[in-house]
Design a protein around this ligand. Structure first.
Ligand code: UDP
Ligand code: MG
Length: 336
């Protein structure tokens, strides 16, 4: 088998009805491109006949490669497994429900040939989705992307092409809560978008009910933003200001009006506010340490080098890679 130029990665969860059609349309497009390709189908623990369909396709077409999960690990993990197994010069992520039209792929490829490392597909319109889904998706993108630290383009899903070197950066990012589109933005390099109309599902139901959407939003926020932890300092400041104002008013009333306003209760309220402010401030401090621990445990590469001059690749890799290093033979006796 020749080394593929293009690796198509498609996560599959209960898509038996659409898979044959997806395969046909994708294959037509890939043949048109006239370069070696592979289609990586990741079965994310489907409960229907998806795996059987995938195996049938693999039986007749060696382009089809199948990764079969032991259970459902979620869309983002399925995409990750696909990228891990891909060997092409460019990796293309696409949903298997035909919402991302395979016919857009040549446009992504054209931009890649122009020299872009990431070409994401931007939804200019969405068809056949409920008003609720549209509204929540819109809100989700606007809010999440406002508070995250990396520039994630609006109205893009995971439908995108990435160059081999970007795929390698993603492979080096072994964090558990994965927000693939944020991670691609984080990698950097030259990125651009191509517009397309997001189609209605060809068949079946969305596998992203509200509950999964919310946890997805949670992953996006916690993966790329410390905003929620910063909120505590504002809470602390607010309580401190209230404590000072209330304290001043009480002292003022006592000195100039000559009577204890609200009696002892007033003092209690001021103390409560002050203690609250104090506690929140230290919770903020703890939050800052937690954020740093989180940064360390995620083990992301420290930096990504796009090119070098007069320098060799030092092969600096995060420790996750070191753990899979092979021990040279001559050292074996020492270890025993
Ligand atoms: N998917 C998956 N695992 C899941 C949920 C979804 O692999 O747990 C796949 C699904 O088969 C589809 C893609 O991810 O190809 C996107 O899912 P879906 O269409 O349900 O999401 P939506 O397009 O409604 O946001
Ligand atoms: Mg879909």
């Amino acid at each position: 088998m020749v080394k593929p130029v293009f690796s198509i990665v498609a996560p599959v969860y209960n898509e038996e009805e659409v898979l044959p059609q997806f395969y046909e349309r994708l294959t037509a497009v890939m043949r048109g491109l006239g370069e070696p390709y592979e289609i990586l189908l990741v079965n994310d623990g489907s409960r229907d006949g998806s795996l059987a369909v995938m195996n049938q396709l693999a039986d007749v077409d060696p382009h089809v490669r199948v990764v079969n999960f032991a259970r459902n690990f979620g869309h983002q993990v399925a995409v990750t497994a696909g990228i891990d197994h891909a060997s092409g010069d460019a990796v293309i992520l696409i949903d298997s429900d035909l919402q991302d039209p395979p016919e857009v792929i040549p446009e992504l490829v054209a931009k890649w040939r122009e020299g872009f490392d990431v070409v994401y597909a931007v939804r200019t319109a969405r068809e056949g989705e409920s008003l609720f889904k549209l509204a929540t998706a819109k809100l989700f993108y606007r809010f999440v992307y406002r508070i995250t630290d990396v520039d994630i383009p609006l109205d893009t899903g995971d439908f995108r092409l990435m160059d081999r070197r970007v795929a390698d950066v993603l492979r080096a990012m072994r964090e558990h809560n994965r927000f693939v589109r944020g991670m691609t933005s984080w990698a950097g390099f030259k990125q651009t978008g191509v517009g397309y109309v997001r189609r209605a599902r060809a068949a079946g139901q969305t596998k992203y009910p509200l509950k999964k959407m919310l946890s997805f939003a949670g992953d996006a926020i916690t993966s790329f933003s410390y905003f929620p932890l910063q909120l505590m300092i504002y809470g602390s400041l607010l309580l401190a200001v209230l404590a000072v104002v209330a304290g001043t008013v009480i002292v003022f009333l006592r000195l100039f009006m000559g009577e204890a306003f609200f009696g002892g209760q007033a003092t209690t309220i001021v103390l409560l506010l002050a203690v609250g402010a104090f506690q929140m401030f230290f919770m903020f401090i703890i939050g800052q340490y937690v954020a740093r621990i989180y940064d360390e445990t995620r083990n992301r590469p420290l930096y990504v080098v796009a090119s070098r001059r007069h320098l060799a690749d030092t092969g600096v890799l995060p420790p996750t890679h070191v753990s899979s290093m092979e021990v040279p033979d001559d050292r074996q006796p020492e270890l025993q």
